[in-house]
Write a new protein. Structure first.
Lengths: 146, 596
């Protein structure tokens, strides 16, 4: 595993950490978690990072709380693109990466949250695991990462 | 200087090596919008509205800080770039209160203008907004942080131009805001109330304390005798608000307009300036006789006085103890004029129209009540004055030219040029020269002190070579004082004005948003001086001590310059102030008259 092979896989080496997840990890909530972190780390200097990351976080909070709307995914992508291209520094430019890669690889999970108000991994509170009754799950509990 | 060849929007061009893409584009007539940028003062690349696409790069760049490079190909108006800019503006608007209709800067706001230019009809993303308390505790400047777009121009001008530095980025991420320490009140900071932050704020986040309501109320009160004094620079700046070219002197129309607003007497603050010259030149001669302390600093500018009190209290003994023209006028209006006109001073309400927000603070200084009353009751900025005229439906352009009232209405050319940088110095020199040498000046003009740059000169007065200097901006004043401390400079007399180009560039003047170049901004303000020098050349009397109204004042009322009565009414003292303390305005008993 090195810089090049990770780049080929569409990732970066970052601090060298590796997170292993299974089907109990909600990809939407994962994106929300990282956005929360990056939004908090923003210095607040440039417009796309200061306001854009806040708006993305708000949308992801809305989706994981079961209030997502049809157009939200497109707006998220728009904001992500704007942050990537227009931010002043690397933090803002990479902050949308978790959202964009989960959206690319796990779009179905996003659709389930938005269209069916269902969290396939069962980790989003307020959302059903299956189309049956509600099941235990916590949005605040980030079981996907240490 | 090496040239760089590049292509902007497919147009080939050669520009100097250290240009930015924005500068190169502008030179070729390609406009790129900016918001936070103020050339040569502020380029934090924060707003991201000036984004451009360098071909072959995955990201976009802020053109205001992007250096040109050989062979670079830049696109400034692709649909992607335009969409990104538009989204950037929409993001800013998503955290902005939609209060345009009730905003001080309605129709003169850079954000509003940008929204219009980019045809914003809908905000693609909305969400929570920041809510910060409004800070209206200071007597001069009001901060509405909710309207702040974090451009940092206020920070830049306060720190780099004024060398005061009360603004910082506070908090971070979404809550990041430009403000004083802990986002507290300006009252708790060493703000000098110059209001330069107001003049560069692109939105309505900073503006003056509104005094128009108080003045309307006074005008409505039948028991009050409301008199108004207009500062020297207003006559060459108010015209801008009515579409006159910058610097057009419109004194006659301005006087007519004030009468139509309902003022009982329309007086000229330049008369107060003439009296200031009489007293200040006398003080200078006294210092020359006593051997100091030198230099004598002018004290017409309340922001400069406050700067000195806060940062260099050891130099307050150098400040001229003569009050500013505003306060001299106020004290005379409620004593001399009251006596001449036979009006109870308790009924006299003195309004001043000033290019300044600091004058609102100055008139509240507790010691400014030597007439037995508050010497000046309310101050309006040039902007507030224009606002009152708009409300009253008074169009300067449709008015005849009228004259100031007596006895406080006739001024010399020396009083008029007070509004320009170097003007106070020149006015004082005209009088001091004649008093020191006993000779009449053949040419009353002192071009060696006229400049919008820092200027020093030696003036020959008989045997004496008077060393003088003129500084604008407290940053320049700080450098000057540091040089004095190190013994690198020595002067007898120094004029300091806190604002660029002097009062014509004051914090209360019309706000000019047509340029994002600080030097061009200063040049625009300097052009207002042209009108004042023109009026000076046309004036019947050009020396304060030859003004018949001033001669009459001393003959009938004050005695002679520097008399006991003049000291009691027209002179003042200064304080040493602490930098960071919730400071109430100083109490009367703290007043110190500084002995020479």
């Amino acid at each position: 595993m090195d810089y090049d092979s990770l780049r080929e896989a569409g990732s970066i080496i970052g601090s060298g950490g590796l997170i292993v997840m299974d089907e109990d990890s909600c990809m939407v909530d994962l994106a929300r978690f990282y956005l929360d972190f990056n939004q908090d780390e923003s210095c607040g200097k440039c417009t796309p990072c200061r306001i854009g990351s806040k708006r993305m976080l708000e949308l992801l909070q809305k989706i994981t709380a079961g209030r997502g709307e049809e157009q939200d995914l497109a707006i998220l992508e728009r904001l992500a693109r704007l942050m990537q291209r227009g931010s002043l520094c690397g933090l803002g430019r990479t902050a949308p990466n978790p959202l964009l890669s989960t959206l690319r690889l796990f779009r179905e999970e996003y659709r389930a949250h938005v269209n069916e108000k269902r969290c396939p991994a069962g980790s989003c509170r307020n959302l059903d695991r299956l189309q049956g009754g509600p099941e235990e799950g916590s949005r605040g509990e980030d079981k996907t990462v240490d | 200087m090496a040239k760089i060849r590049l292509w902007i929007d497919h147009r080939e061009m050669e520009v100097e090596e250290e240009s930015t893409v924005l500068e190169a584009a502008r030179r070729a007539g390609i406009d790129i919008p900016t918001l936070c940028y103020l050339k040569d003062l502020n380029a934090p690349a924060a707003c991201r509205v000036c984004l451009v696409q360098v071909e072959g790069k995955p990201t976009m760049d802020a053109s205001c800080v992007l250096p040109v490079s050989e062979g670079m190909r830049v696109r400034t108006n692709t649909p992607e770039v335009l969409a990104a800019r538009k989204e950037m503006i929409e993001l800013l608007l998503s955290d902005h209160p939609f209060e345009c209709l009730t905003c001080e800067r309605n129709l003169n706001c850079e954000l509003q203008r940008l929204a219009k230019r980019y045809g914003i009809r809908d905000i693609f993303i909305e969400g929570s907004r920041n809510h910060f308390p409004i800070d209206d505790l200071s007597p001069s400047v009001v901060r509405e942080p909710d309207k702040c777009i974090r451009c940092r121009r206020c920070l830049a001008i306060c720190e780099y131009y004024q060398a005061v530095g009360i603004y910082r980025m506070v908090e971070r991420s979404f809550n990041a805001i430009v403000g004083p320490a802990y986002n507290g009140s300006l009252m708790e900071t060493p703000c000098i109330y110059c209001g330069q932050c107001i003049t560069v704020c692109p939105t309505g986040a900073l503006h003056e304390q509104d005094s128009t309501a108080r003045v309307w109320e006074a005008l409505r009160d039948p028991h009050l005798h409301v008199v108004v004094q207009t500062a020297p620079s207003i006559r060459s700046s108010i015209g801008e608000e009515f579409g006159y070219p910058v610097g057009t002197p419109v004194a006659g129309q301005m006087i007519a307009a004030l009468r139509r607003l309902g003022f009982d007497r329309v007086f000229d603050d330049c008369f107060g300036a003439d009296v200031t010259v009489m007293e200040e030149a006398t003080e200078l001669i006294e210092r020359l006789e006593r051997g100091g302390p030198f230099p004598q600093f002018t004290s017409c500018c309340p922001s400069w006085v406050r700067f000195c009190e806060l940062f260099y209290p050891e130099y307050t003994k150098n400040l001229s103890e003569v009050k500013s023209p505003q306060q001299i006028f106020g004290a005379l209006a409620k004593t001399y004029y009251a006596r001449e006109a036979g009006i109870d001073p308790a009924r006299i309400f003195v309004v001043s129209i000033m290019p300044c927000v600091s004058k609102k603070y100055e008139l509240l200084r507790p010691e400014m009540s030597d007439s037995g009353y508050r010497d000046v009751d309310a101050e309006l900025t040039t902007r507030e004055f224009a606002q009152m005229l708009f409300q009253a439906g008074i169009d300067l352009r449709k008015l005849p030219e009228e004259e100031f009232d007596d006895p406080l209405g006739s001024a010399s050319g020396a009083g008029i040029i007070f509004g320009s940088t170097g003007g106070v110095m020149e006015a004082a020199l005209r009088t001091a020269y004649e008093w020191v040498t006993g000779e009449e000046l053949k040419d009353v003009e002192f071009p060696q002190v006229r400049s919008d740059k820092y200027k020093d000169a030696e003036i020959e007065m008989g045997d004496l070579r008077l060393k003088v200097a003129v500084a604008r901006g407290t940053g320049e004043a700080r450098r000057l004082i540091e040089a004095l401390k190190k013994g690198q400079k020595e002067y007898h007399f120094v004029e300091v004005m806190a604002c660029p180009a002097g009062c014509v560039g004051g914090g209360g003047q019309p706000i000019y948003i047509e340029t994002d170049d600080w030097n061009e901004q200063v040049a625009h303000r300097s052009r207002r001086s042209g009108g004042l020098y023109r009026l000076d050349r046309q004036a019947e009397h050009r020396r304060s001590h030859k003004n018949p109204a001033v001669i009459k004042l001393y003959r009938d009322f004050l005695g002679r310059p520097g008399s006991e009565k003049a000291h009691r009414l027209l002179h003042t003292g200064y304080l040493s102030r602490r930098l960071y303390s919730p400071e109430p305005l100083p109490k009367k008993e703290h007043k110190q008259k500084v002995p020479l």
